[in-house]
Write a protein that binds this ligand. Structure first.
Ligand SMILES: Cc1cc2nc3c(=O)[nH]c(=O)nc-3n(C[C@H](O)[C@H](O)[C@H](O)COP(=O)(O)O)c2cc1C
Length: 187
C-alpha cells in the first residue's frame, strides 16, 4: 500500500518560502511513490479549540465545531507521515499553525493513539540570521515536547533564514535538504 504523507503549510503569504520548501519535500515523496496531499492552513476556515471537552464524550477526532477540521481529522488519522512547514512569528510557531495544533486536542480521548509512530518532518523559515535569536529554537523545542507527548517521531527537520517572499528559490542547498526530508519521511 502507498504511504500517505500530509503536508501542512502555515504561511498566509504568496510565494511563501516555507511553502516552497514544503512543495519540494512533497515532490520528493511523490517521486518515492507516496500518496501526498499539501494543505494550506491559511486557506482553511479553522476556529480555535473551545476547550469544551465534548470530544472526550464523542470520541477521537469528533470535535463539535463545524469547520474545516471536520475533513482534516480523518486524513490526519490515516496519514503515516506529516510535515509541518511554517514561518517563525514572534519567536515561535506562527498562529495559523498553533491554532491547528490546538485542534489536535480532539484526539486526546484515546491518548492520541492515531499519532503513535507517525513520522514527522518540520520545515521552519525565519528572517533573522540565527536559529536562536530568530526564535526558531523555541518552536523546535515545543515540537520536541509535542511529539514526545504524542508518541510520534520527529524524523527530519529543515530550518533556515529566508527574508523576502520566494528568496528561498535561490538557496539550492536548502531546497535539496527539503527534498531529502520528503524522501526520508516516506522511505
Ligand atoms: C507577524 C510576523 C512575525 C515575525 N516574527 C519573526 C520572528 O520572531 N523571528 C524571525 O526571525 N522572523 C520573524 N518574521 C519573519 C518571517 O519568519 C520570515 O520572513 C519567514 O521567512 C517567512 O516565511 P514565509 O515566506 O513562509 O511566510 C515574522 C514575520 C511576520 C509577518
Amino acid at each position: 500500500m502507498k504511504k500517505k504523507l500530509l503536508v501542512f503549510t502555515g504561511s498566509p503569504r504568496p510565494d511563501s518560502n516555507s511553502a516552497i520548501l514544503a512543495r519540494e519535500a512533497a515532490r520528493a515523496a511523490r517521486e518515492a511513490g507516496a500518496s501526498v496531499e499539501v494543505i494550506n492552513l491559511s486557506r482553511l476556515r479553522l476556529n480555535p479549540c473551545r476547550a469544551c471537552d465534548r470530544c472526550r464524550d464523542r470520541g477521537p477526532g469528533q470535535c463539535v465545531q463545524k469547520d474545516d477540521m471536520k475533513k482534516i481529522y480523518p486524513r490526519l488519522k490515516e496519514a503515516g507521515a506529516i510535515i509541518l512547514a511554517h514561518p517563525v512569528y514572534w519567536f515561535t510557531i506562527n498562529a495559523q499553525t498553533k491554532l491547528f495544533l490546538d485542534r489536535w486536542y480532539a484526539f486526546g480521548g484515546d491518548e492520541y493513539q492515531c499519532f503513535k509512530n507517525k513520522k514527522i518532518g518540520l520545515i521552519l523559515t525565519y528572517a533573522d540570521q540565527d536559529v536562536f535569536t530568530s526564535g526558531a529554537v523555541n518552536a523546535l523545542r515545543a515540537y520536541q515536547d509535542i511529539f514526545n507527548y504524542l508518541g510520534a517521531e520527529i524524523s527530519e527537520m529543515v530550518y533556515t533564514t529566508a527574508a523576502g517572499p520566494g528568496r528561498i528559490k535561490k538557496n539550492k542547498p536548502v531546497l535539496k535538504e527539503a527534498y531529502t526530508l520528503g524522501k526520508k519521511l516516506v522511505s
